[in-house]
Ligand binder design. Structure first.
Ligand code: BDP
Length: 681
């Protein structure tokens, strides 16, 4: 005989309706209906902790949990849990056991997720421990409300209104992050205004930190290295000038007085015109350590970015490694080197950044980009979990076979005071938060992978679809197919075979392989990357070229360095390849290029068909929004294909294979397109 409670629980779990009300996307993956007073009366949520984060966990379950009784229990002895938790079926109800209040909160969201997915929880016993200590979003938000590389409206942070006026979206934002395990945020752009450290701004930051705290979220700030000089009245910002370090110590003290759980600083220094220690003949280590010293008494961290390059004759892809490897071992314990996934810049596909694993005595963390700067902004549907996983699962061979980037950064292979993983956010003021409804999935996927990098892209997609659209099997399957195809599609129609950075100047939307600016920096010009000539195209990074391959550990240096073993997907990244080179498919390089571009266009057309078939299974509002964005994507894919093939054809001097779709544009017309997209730098 089932107990009454169990009957109620089963009935709720099994019969809860497949909600498909019209949706504007504002609820993200948290489309839960509040329980009624009657439902709430039938079950109890109890917590042994009364800290604000534990109370938030309890409140979330009180509001949305329709199952049996839940007990939230803290066991301080379970140190190995960190921010993790155990969820256990007790026979009549459920228990969430954690070492810290944050564990209770994450456990509560896990329960709600299982409820949303319609899972049967009888007999459940699961333990989850996060892969990384710090799971952090980087906002590139400016103090004037614009967002660098933001495509979902203006900044969420209303600096002019803060700290007096509090937007309800601050809490909604924190809740969404907490629900996927994100526990830290950098509020402002890496191209940082020094003003963020002014006392009046710190009070605004405090107001946000106070809202985020019960959701288990810590605040970090990007700093401008010249702050002592610009806002502090110090003579310079030389890290070895005692007045400068004193200024930073006092500033840090002021910050912690205002925000006691402040996380630390993110720093972009000596990159793309930003100030840094090299302005004074000092090293990145000198700069990072000076800040680390100031933060140390408070357990604060410095995330020091390795995204540095200068317009020298040296291959841009090599510069971060050259700059940082000689400094290995010189960084303080509370400095983490934050490294973009690839050696250039968030391209549709890059090899992994060779700095991973090369720093043996310094902590390393990955920086991904969720916002689609190089992936069609918020117009293109591109599911990024496969890209994130491609990096995390890459074997660097730094410590022998199996030295994946995940293991190098999560504390498995290299000890670290704190492990961390970051990504540049795609969030703005838009009602649906991310511009494209499917871009929400990339925010979601980053959080889930930061928690557990062993989850597959498919698993994450299934979860997200069930929670965001519906858990109807055929729909989940169809939408998952769309998502799983989308990353390869964008690589094909934008930059197949290892091509990179042939975007339109500055704003990076659309193709401009012919792009050139008299007197402009060579490393910002497409020709610098594609090197097309009458012989072939691609960037020779072998020993006969820039020798960037030698920055990879054996056997990768040889695999990438040899044109016969280099994977097709990275061929033009590492080699200058003749147009007539025979590819593994038996086609010439030129033919293969044509087929890939064409395949990309066809893949997008298939995505459109697959989406249109779902017209009656998805609410009309989101259906129409995604449908119209897919039209833009389909047109853009043709634009990319025609622009690149017609342009490269002038070098290859061969026809586009006759069995693929013909171009529909004239090259001269495409060259005239000048989008008026403002890039706020
Ligand atoms: C590039 C962006 C630029 C950023 C820079 C960075 O184009 O806007 O400031 O990266 O990461 O991707 O610092």
């Amino acid at each position: 005989m089932l107990s009454n409670k169990l009957q109620l629980f089963l009935c709720c779990i099994l019969l809860s309706p497949l909600v498909l009300a019209a949706a504007d996307g504002s609820q993200l993956w948290l489309r839960y209906d509040k329980v009624t007073a009657a439902e709430a009366g039938r079950r109890q949520i109890r917590s042994t902790s009364s800290g604000p984060v534990a109370l938030m966990a309890k409140a979330e379950l009180d509001d949305y949990w329709r199952g049996p009784a839940v007990e939230l229990v803290i066991d301080k002895k379970k140190r190995e849990y960190g921010e993790g938790y155990q969820i256990k079926w007790t026979g009549s109800g459920l228990q969430i056991l954690a070492q810290q209040d944050r564990g209770l909160l994450y456990g509560a969201y896990h329960l709600l997720r299982l409820q949303g997915e319609g899972k049967d929880l009888r007999g459940v016993d699961l333990t989850e421990i996060p892969a990384y200590d710090i799971r952090i979003l980087n906002h590139w938000d400016n103090l004037d409300g614009t967002i660098e590389r933001g495509y979902a409206g203006r900044s969420l942070w209303k600096w002019l209104e803060l700290p007096t006026q509090i937007s309800p979206r601050y809490a909604a934002y924190a809740r969404a992050n907490a629900s996927i395990g994100i526990n830290a945020v950098v509020l402002n752009n890496v191209n940082a205004s020094p003003d963020i450290l002014r006392p009046d701004y710190l009070l605004k930051v405090k107001a946000l930190a106070d809202i985020f705290r019960p959701y288990g979220i810590q605040v970090y700030l990007s700093i401008n290295f010249s702050s002592p000089k610009i806002i502090g009245g110090v003579k310079d910002s030389d890290p070895l000038n005692p007045d400068v370090s004193t200024w930073w110590k006092n500033k840090v003290k002021e910050i912690y007085r205002t925000i006691p759980d402040f996380g630390g600083f993110l720093v972009k220094a000596n990159s793309e015109g930003q100030p840094g220690p090299q302005d004074y003949g000092r090293t990145h280590a000198d700069g990072a350590n000076m800040l680390a010293d100031a933060l140390k008494p408070y357990d604060g961290l410095v995330m020091w970015r390795a995204f540095v390059y200068n317009p020298t004759t040296e291959d841009r892809a090599k510069q971060a490694y050259q700059e940082f490897v000689p400094l290995d071992g010189k960084f303080s314990e509370n400095v983490i080197i934050q490294i973009k996934n690839g050696p250039i810049d968030f391209q549709p596909r890059e090899p992994f950044n060779p700095l991973f694993g090369a720093l043996r005595k310094s902590s390393e963390m990955v920086e991904f980009q969720i916002t689609q700067e190089y992936l069609g902004f918020s117009n293109h549907l591109v599911y990024l979990a496969p890209l994130f996983k491609e990096t995390l699962d890459s074997d660097t061979y730094s410590d022998g076979k199996g030295s994946t980037i995940a293991k190098l950064t999560d504390g498995t292979l290299r000890p670290a005071k704190k492990t961390a993983i970051s990504a540049v956010a795609n969030i703005g003021e838009d009602t649906n938060w991310t511009g494209h409804h499917f871009a929400q999935a990339n925010w979601y996927a980053f959080g889930r992978l930061a928690w557990d990098h062993q989850l597959s892209s498919e698993q994450i997609a299934e979860e997200w679809i069930s929670l965001t659209f519906s858990r109807e099997e055929q729909l989940v399957h169809a939408v998952k197919e769309i998502m799983m195809t989308s990353r390869e599609a964008v690589v094909n129609y934008m930059m197949p075979l290892g091509l990179h950075h042939i975007f339109a100047f500055d704003h990076h939307y659309g193709p401009e392989p012919w792009g050139d600016r008299k007197g402009g920096r060579a490393d910002w010009m497409p020709w610098y990357y594609h090197n097309a000539d009458t012989v072939g195209m691609g960037f020779d990074r072998t020993a006969s070229g820039s020798d960037a391959v030698s920055q990879y550990f054996p056997p990768l240096d040889e695999i990438y360095g040899d044109i016969t073993s280099c994977p097709d997907s990275l061929l033009l990244w590492f080699h200058h390849v003749s147009w007539t080179h025979r590819m593994k498919s038996g086609r010439t390089m030129w033919e293969e290029l044509c087929y890939r571009y064409d395949a990309g266009v066809q893949q997008v057309r298939e995505l459109q068909k697959a989406w249109d078939r779902l017209e009656h299974q998805v609410d009309s509002q989101r259906f129409a929004a995604v449908q119209s964005k897919l039209k833009i994507q389909a047109k853009d894919a043709v634009w990319w294909k025609d622009a690149c093939l017609l342009y490269f054809k002038t070098f290859a001097r061969q026809p586009i294979p006759y069995d693929i779709e013909r171009p529909v544009h004239e090259l001269e017309d495409l060259k005239k397109i000048k989008l008026n997209l403002i890039h706020h730098n």
